[in-house]
Every structure is written in structure tokens, then in C-alpha cells.
Design a protein around this ligand. Structure first.
Ligand SMILES: Nc1ncnc2c1ncn2[C@@H]1O[C@H](COP(=O)(O)OP(=O)(O)OP(=O)(O)O)[C@@H](O)[C@H]1O
Ligand SMILES: [Mg+2]
Length: 326
């Protein structure tokens, strides 16, 4: 695979769920690329479609009757959405790994942690049982679990939340996947452990050249880690650029609002949260989905949804205010 080609190309991805209330548009025409050894952050408020996007990339949704996927997810040059479940089972774990939002759902309480990590190379790389066990211990050492040999013989309930999250990361990385999706990997952890886990993910990116999608609602986490950031609002990317330009010159009113709501001990006064609530995804407003909460909305914003366009080099923004500047 060419080094110049992105490892992942998400093209016009949309995900809809048929619900009792109507069609819920969880992801709307989302497009972005991820290069090898690149770390992309996807940020946005709760319910904006972050986890659904990540599951669609691994084709973990779209298999049930009420789930509808459209667009393309090109992974290593092939459209994942056209693969059968059997083919996907080979790709997941071997080439793509997901560290999910809730560590407890990723591990089986009835099996030793080492056994569960060893299973990944045993299935995907046909590694012999003994070698897979040794590899599991090595991975636990890589993620800095102390006394890895002993810990491998323990069950999930014998671990603290932070240590368990390290085990999930070890499991995700045991086949050295080319793409790792980490969905809120540190939300349940206290800040010191959070910093350690993030450092670990970044070290692994350096060591293995893994492409990483980091999903978080925390812009502080993005500031410490990512190369590129996509801001998601109500299932659509509203701004996407390098971390540096996002923090230095945010252009979408929603991104600015998010940045202003980060606690900053150096600033006096109260935080400035974004007013209002994210829209109901079954009844998305006409026009820009952010317009009901946007203090700068124009008449056009209430009528037509703006496209995500390149406004300056490597800075894509979906906002009508940008057009009025041009
Ligand atoms: N299987 C499903 N059936 C119906 N609706 C779903 C399903 N999965 C997710 N949704 C809805 O899709 C929307 C996006 O959900 P998603 O889990 O991607 O949010 P999120 O951005 O990850 O939020 P959080 O930060 O809380 O994890 C939500 O409105 C959610 O209720
Ligand atoms: Mg989520």
C-alpha cells in the first residue's frame, strides 16, 4: 500500500436509524481521510454521532433491519461497506481495532485478561497458544501494566478502571492494527491516569505508525494529542483542520463556542457555555443544523444547509458566514 495514500477515506458517509419517532439521521454526509501515523480527533457534544461514525467505519452497524448506511468507507483501498460479515471479522482486530467507550463491555468477566488478549493473535495471526500468551504479556508490559505476568492470570474484576483500560488498549494493539479507533478512551478515568493513557496511545502511534481516530467530547484531550481535528455537530462535520489552526483560528461559531466553554483557570469570570440544546436528530431544523443556537445566524442559515468547503489551505468550514467574507 502506497505511503502517500490515506489508509482510510470516508466518503459521503450517512447513517440513518428507523425509530418509532421517525427516521433518525445520526450521520449526515461525512467525508474525511486519515493518513498512516496520523491522529485525528473527532469532537462534539453527546449524541452528535461520534460513536455511530466509528462503528460505521468498522461496519459494526448497518447489519440490522432498522440501520441504513450510505456512502463509502475505503480502508486500504477497499470499500468496507461492501464486505461481508465474515470478511469483516478478519479485518477487525487484525487491521482495525476499536477501544470502546465502556471497557467493561469489551472484556468477558469469565475469562482471564491474558487469555482474552492472547485470543486476538491466535485467531488473526494463527499464533500458537504458548506464543500468543507470551505476546499478551508483552503487550501488557507495553501498556505499562505492572507485574504483567501475574496480572495476565487475573480476571477483569481484579483490575482498577485505569488498568482495565490499559488491558483493552493492549488487546486492541496486540495485532498491531493499522487503524485504531479510540472512542472516549479516557472519559471514565481520573486525570492522572487519563494523561498516562493518552501518552501511551501517542507512543504507540510513534512506535507502530498506527493511524488513530480519537473520539472525545473533550477539547483539552485533543489539544494534547491530535494532529487534525473534525468538529461534529448533529451528525455533520462543521469544521475540520489541523489542531494548530483549530485552536489558533477557529472559524465555525460552534467551534468557537466549544472553545469558550473549556475551563481556563487563567481567565476570570464564569464559563461561557453554548446556549440551547443540540437538535433532535429525527426533526433536524431546515438549513444549518446549528442556526437555532447561533448568535450570528443569517436568513440563509435558516433556509439552506452550508456545504463543508475548503476556506483556506487545509481548513474546511461549513458556514454561510464564510461565504459572506469571500
Ligand atoms: N442503534 C441505534 N438505533 C437508534 N438510534 C441510535 C442507535 N445508535 C445510536 N443512535 C442515536 O444516534 C445518535 C448518535 O449517537 P452516538 O452514539 O454516535 O453519539 P455520540 O456522539 O457518540 O455521543 P456520546 O458523546 O454520548 O457518546 C444519538 O441520537 C443516538 O441516540
Ligand atoms: Mg459515543
Amino acid at each position: 500500500m502506497s505511503k502517500d495514500r490515506p489508509i482510510l477515506e470516508v466518503k459521503h458517509l450517512s447513517v440513518e436509524f428507523k425509530t418509532r419517532e421517525g427516521i433518525l439521521k445520526a450521520v449526515n454526509d461525512v467525508s474525511f481521510d486519515v493518513n498512516p501515523a496520523e491522529m485525528i480527533g473527532i469532537v462534539g457534544e453527546s449524541g452528535c454521532g461520534k460513536s455511530v461514525t466509528s462503528k460505521a467505519i468498522m461496519k459494526l452497524i448497518g447489519n440490522r433491519k432498522n440501520e441504513f448506511l450510505s456512502g463509502k468507507v475505503i480502508f486500504k483501498g477497499e470499500n468496507i461497506l461492501e464486505k461481508s460479515e465474515k470478511e469483516m471479522q478478519k479485518i477487525r482486530g487484525r487491521d482495525q481495532a476499536l477501544i470502546s467507550q465502556d471497557p467493561m463491555t469489551s472484556l468477558n468477566p469469565l475469562f482471564k485478561v491474558g487469555q482474552q488478549i492472547a485470543e486476538v493473535p491466535r485467531i488473526h495471526q494463527k499464533v500458537a497458544k504458548k506464543n500468543a500468551w507470551e505476546k499478551a504479556i508483552k503487550m501488557l508490559e507495553t501498556v505499562k501494566v505492572p507485574s504483567a505476568g501475574q496480572r495476565a492470570n487475573q480476571y477483569p474484576h481484579q483490575f482498577s478502571g485505569g488498568m482495565l483500560q490499559r488491558c483493552i488498549i493492549a488487546m486492541g494493539l496486540s495485532c498491531e492494527p493499522e487503524l485504531l479507533i479510540a472512542d472516549e478512551p479516557t472519559t471514565a478515568l481520573d486525570v492522572t491516569i487519563q494523561a498516562q493513557v493518552l501518552k501511551l496511545i501517542m507512543d504507540l502511534k510513534k512506535q507502530f505508525g498506527t493511524a488513530i481516530i480519537l473520539i472525545t467530547h473533550d477539547l483539552g484531550v485533543v489539544a494534547q494529542t491530535c494532529d487534525t481535528v473534525a468538529v461534529l455537530y448533529a451528525g455533520s462535520i462543521v469544521e475540520m483542520t489541523s489542531k494548530k489552526s483549530l485552536f489558533k483560528s477557529p472559524r465555525h461559531p460552534y467551534t468557537r463556542g466549544l472553545l469558550e466553554s473549556i475551563p481556563n483557570p487563567a481567565k476570570k469570570g464564569l464559563l461561557n457555555p453554548i446556549g440551547g440544546q443540540p437538535p433532535n436528530l429525527v426533526k433536524l431544523p431546515q438549513g444549518c443544523p446549528f442556526h437555532p443556537r447561533c448568535g450570528l445566524a443569517l436568513a440563509k442559515c435558516r433556509e439552506t444547509k452550508p456545504d463543508l468547503k475548503n476556506r483556506s489551505e487545509n481548513h474546511r468550514v461549513a458556514c454561510w458566514l464564510e461565504e459572506s467574507h469571500e
